[in-house]
Design a protein around this ligand. Structure first.
Ligand SMILES: Nc1ncnc2c1ncn2[C@@H]1O[C@H](COP(=O)(O)OP(=O)(O)OP(=O)(O)O)[C@@H](O)[C@H]1O
Ligand SMILES: C[C@@](O)(CCOP(=O)(O)O)CC(=O)O
Length: 436
């Protein structure tokens, strides 16, 4: 029996919501310390007939999917059969995509166990399980995955990425994840995620799960269209996975001493509804949307520039950097965050989509005034889901403590999260031993 483990990060889109859908705009994506994990065990099958992938997700009720696999056209219905007829489109699409790419000749019997860190889902009514050596700790829910509220950190992108990585590692005997392996993982995961969602999104969540914190410019949607309509042959899928996609994923990280603080907000929004409202308005009112998209992009690019300037300042003089971030440079950072918000407020008004609704505006204004805060935004598609602040690292505890009893912040739960810029990586299998 051989065993391997992998993990991939969740994400927050700090700048670039909506614009990232268009290949001309760059966005800023932060990878988070909340990660999705996959532990793979495989046995060499002596049973000539067996081609099986079993995926367990023990943190959720009925979290087990056993797939028997037939033939070699893995996107055809009937090729990937779950023995209890349980659906998990993300797992089905991942298995189909990797098997189409690999075209395995031999039989296989693979067990994958999924674990997700606590910030991906609401933590109400959970119990904890720790591994034997104390390295991993996960929360267990009483309900099936479909019934547990999500926090919007990209659980499906994380799932697709770690399962893709585990399967590719098994079939291609991969031990280390180098850059060229990451490209293959990315391309397979992106195809599988689109296939499962039955639409081509911007893909920033999958790219962050693979590459970590990135400045991201999307791939051309036309790359995947044929696969989505089941028109691509196995060879075409293989060629697409092996080809070099034209997209930007430049590594980035927040500057030293600047921390991301993510607040979960009571209430929620439906991203697809917000997106369709914005896209409809953009189509109907180009005279309004063209200048606003331009202004929002200018503010987003300014933020990317200010963060990069701060890195350079630190490199030049780490000692005086600390006083710099207290003074004028940070005025620029706060001002840029405010510029982004003003444009998102305009987008809210003009499109009618509640991206930065009034209650979030009030909350973000209050957050801006907290000691050590550079201000914050509604991440990603916005709405009532979350807020994302940039704060000085030595202020995190004070902010969390001082807001706990303040009625202005009563709807906010600060998540136990920070940036972890690294993308998909290998983990030690023993760190998971003893979990429920
Ligand atoms: N731990 C897990 N185990 C098994 N399946 C999972 C797990 N996490 C996510 N999934 C799959 O992903 C689906 C959720 O995907 P969805 O795209 O709706 O959420 P998300 O990626 O967390 O959201 P967002 O894109 O807003 O961040 C679940 O219904 C399930 O099929
Ligand atoms: C609105 C959009 O640009 C961002 C959605 O981000 P999130 O899933 O809310 O983090 C849509 C997309 O990029 O897929």
């Amino acid at each position: 029996m051989s065993s391997q483990a992998f993990s991939a990060p969740g994400k927050a889109l700090l700048a670039g919501g909506y614009l990232v859908l268009d290949p001309q705009y760059k966005s800023y994506v932060t990878a988070l310390s909340s990660r999705m994990h996959a532990v793979l065990h495989s046995t060499v099958s002596t049973n000539v007939e067996i081609r099986r992938v079993k995926v367990s997700s023990p943190q959720f009720k009925e979290g087990e999917w056993v797939y028997n696999i037939k033939g070699n056209d893995y996107y055809q219905s009937g090729a990937i059969n779950e023995i209890n007829e349980r659906r998990n489109p993300f797992l089905e699409a991942t298995i189909s995509t990797v098997l189409t790419y690999i075209q395995p000749k031999d039989n296989f019997d693979i067990d994958i166990t999924i674990y997700s860190d606590s910030a991906y889902h609401s933590q109400d009514g959970t119990t904890v399980s720790k591994s034997n050596n104390g390295q991993k700790k996960f929360l267990y829910h009483t309900k099936p995955i479909m019934e547990v509220p999500k926090t919007g950190m990209g659980s499906s992108a994380g799932l697709v990425t770690v399962v893709t990585t585990a399967l590719l590692a098994y079939f291609n005997n991969i031990k280390d994840i180098d850059e060229s392996t990451k490209n293959i993982i990315h391309n397979c995961s992106q195809i599988a995620h689109c296939y499962a969602q039955k639409k081509i999104g911007s893909g920033f969540d999958v790219a962050a799960a693979v590459f970590g914190s990135i400045i991201y410019k999307r791939f051309q949607p036309s790359l995947i269209e044929n696969i989505l309509s089941n028109k691509a042959s196995n060879e075409e899928v293989q060629q697409l996975v092996n080809s070099s996609w034209d997209f930007v994923h430049d590594q980035c990280a927040l500057p030293p001493h600047i921390r991301l603080l993510m607040g979960d907000i009571e209430g929620g929004s439906e991203t697809p509804k917000l997106v369709s409202k914005v896209l409809q308005w953009k189509k109907d009112k180009p005279d309004e949307s063209d200048p606003l998209y331009k202004a929002l992009d200018t503010a987003n690019q300014k933020l990317i520039g200010v963060l990069s300037d701060l890195h350079n300042l630190y490199k030049q003089d780490p000692v005086s950097y600390t006083s710099h971030i207290d003074s004028e440079v940070t005025t620029e950072l706060s001002q840029t965050i405010l510029d982004i918000r003003h444009n998102l407020q305009k987008l809210t008004k003009l499109s009618g989509a509640e991206i930065e609704p009034e209650t979030q505006t009030k909350l973000l204004d209050n957050c801006r005034n907290l000691q050590g805060s550079f201000g914050g935004v509604v991440p990603g598609a916005g709405g009532y889901d979350a807020i994302c602040l940039l704060v000085k690292d030595d202020s995190v505890n004070t902010i969390v403590r001082s807001t706990a009893t303040n009625p202005r912040f009563q709807n906010v739960t600060w998540l136990n999260l920070h940036e972890e810029a690294q993308g998909v990586r290998t983990e030690n299998v023993v760190d998971y031993d003893g979990l429920k």
